[in-house]
Design a protein around this ligand. Structure first.
Ligand SMILES: C[S@@+](CC[C@H](N)C(=O)[O-])C[C@H]1O[C@@H](n2cnc3c(N)ncnc32)[C@H](O)[C@@H]1O
Length: 184
C-alpha cells in the first residue's frame, strides 16, 4: 500500500513538473491576499460589451480558486476556466462537480485555442514570457470595453488603468487594463 501511494505521488509530481516545462508556468495558486487585491480592482458589474453578457475567462485556471470566486461574483456571466495541466484540472473539476457554481465551465485545453472575442473579463497569472504572446492575441481578438486583470506579470506594452499591490510578502502587483486603452 505504501509503495502504491509513493508511486502515485511520484507520478503526480512528474506530471506537474512536465506540464510546468510545457506551459512555462507552474500551477502556483493565487493567494487569498492577492485575490482580494484583484477583486478590489474589479467593478461589481462587468462592462456591458455584449447584449447576451460577455464571458469571463480565467486563462490557466490552476486549482480553480480564482475561477470559483469569479463565477460566484459574476453569477450572470458564463465563466470559462481553461487549464492545460491535467492534475490541477481534475482537482478543479471535482470542486465543480461537488457543488460548484452552475455558470462555471472548466476546460482541459490550451487557452491559445480559444478566440476571446466574447470576453467581458480576462484574468491571468502566467509568466513574463507568456505575457508577450498573450498581449498580441488579446489585441487581435478582444472588443473595446473588455477588462483584463493580471497578477504579478504585466502586459509588456499596455498601460494599466489601475494598479494595486497586494498586502503579501512580495507586495505582488495586480494590473487592470481596459480596451481600447491598450497602447501606451
Ligand atoms: C501560476 S498558475 C495560476 C493558477 C490560477 N490562475 C491562480 O491564479 O490561482 C498558472 C497556470 O496556468 C496554466 N497554463 C499555462 N499556460 C497555459 C496554456 N497555454 N493553456 C492553459 N493553461 C495554461 C499552468 O498549467 C498553471 O496551472
Amino acid at each position: 500500500m505504501d509503495l502504491i501511494i509513493l508511486g502515485l505521488s511520484l507520478v503526480a509530481i512528474a506530471m506537474i513538473f512536465c506540464y510546468t516545462l510545457l506551459t512555462g508556468s507552474p500551477p502556483t495558486p493565487t493567494s487569498p491576499k492577492v485575490r482580494n487585491a484583484m477583486l478590489a480592482l474589479l467593478p461589481k458589474r462587468l462592462p456591458e460589451v455584449f447584449e447576451d453578457k460577455g464571458r469571463v475567462y480565467e486563462l490557466g485556471a490552476g486549482w480553480g480558486g480564482n475561477a470559483l470566486v469569479f463565477a460566484r461574483m459574476f453569477s450572470s456571466h458564463r465563466v470559462i476556466a481553461i487549464e492545460r495541466s491535467p492534475l490541477p484540472w481534475v482537482f478543479t473539476w471535482i470542486r465543480l462537480a461537488t457543488g460548484g457554481p452552475k455558470n462555471l465551465e472548466i476546460h482541459l485545453n490550451d487557452f491559445s485555442q480559444y478566440n476571446l472575442c466574447d470576453a467581458a473579463l480576462v484574468s491571468c497569472y502566467l509568466s513574463a514570457r507568456q505575457m508577450e504572446v498573450l498581449e498580441k492575441k488579446l489585441e487581435r481578438e478582444m472588443v473595446p470595453g473588455t477588462l483584463v486583470v493580471c497578477h504579478t506579470f504585466a502586459m509588456p506594452n499596455w498601460q494599466p488603468i489601475a494598479t494595486v499591490y497586494a498586502d503579501d510578502l512580495y507586495k505582488s502587483p495586480v494590473y487592470l487594463y481596459k480596451t481600447p486603452n491598450f497602447k501606451v
